[in-house]
Design a protein around this ligand. Sequence first.
Ligand code: ADP
Length: 269
Amino acid sequence: MSPELAQEATGRPTGDGTSLVHAVNVTKSFYGNQVLKGIDLDVHEGEVVCLLGPSGSGKTTFLRCINQLETINGGRIWVDGDLMGYEDRGGTLHRLADKKIAAQRREIGMVFQRFNLFPHMTALENVAEAPVHVKGVDKKTARAEARELLERVGLGERCDHYPAQLSGGQQQRVAIARALAMKPKLMLFDEPTSALDPELVGEVLEVMRELAEGGMTMIVVTHEIAFARDVADRVVFMDGGVVVEQGPPREVIAKPQHERTRAFLRRIL
Ligand code: ADP
């Protein structure tokens, strides 16, 4: 049986058997405009993958497909063995109920370009909110864990500050702590530093670097080439809705094989 058929039969990812994320032939269109044209990607547990590529190449859309903020039109995505968004009944896909999709999404942390913290809540309340209201963790435990997480992102002294009293970099670090509070299996970062003033970028990247060093599985859409080079285990270069090339950062960034990658890197380096 071919690996693909084995996958059909069991409804579980095969890949090489160790993938936390296993995406096969993912397609996505918006109003007839095909944005993802068959993306295959495997991400292993503990791996840090940076998605690079020109604006409009489909990086954000792919990230949003992984956690079902977008519905894919074709292909399949598994996260830790779970087929995202669908149930496979004898080879036919049936959309899962919203509640089940929400449960799948809770396993995945996402950090957006804009931090979207609740403005009327302190940093600590922002971080403790979802564990209490979504997971049913008791308030005291959630607050203690939130404090620990805020300490971990260097904001132990800012627990009682409101978002408006924090810099953009601090707010983004709260957003990272908030995502971590749900104890995700996977963290997705969608250009987490692109809305920040340049002097605030470093502190956010530093928190991400520590997270990576701690073994978190991460997929990061970024234009921060130095971060990709230093922190990523692998970079994936996308253009026009396809993966053009991928590999260890030092190979892809230093010696790109494709002209499209070379042209992109020339523009941003
Ligand atoms: P990237 O992250 O590489 O910049 P995106 O995934 O944001 O690329 O966008 C890829 C393409 O999909 C763009 O042409 C964008 O305009 C289009 N697109 C993304 N989201 C939507 C949407 N919700 N509706 C219509 N078009 C969209």
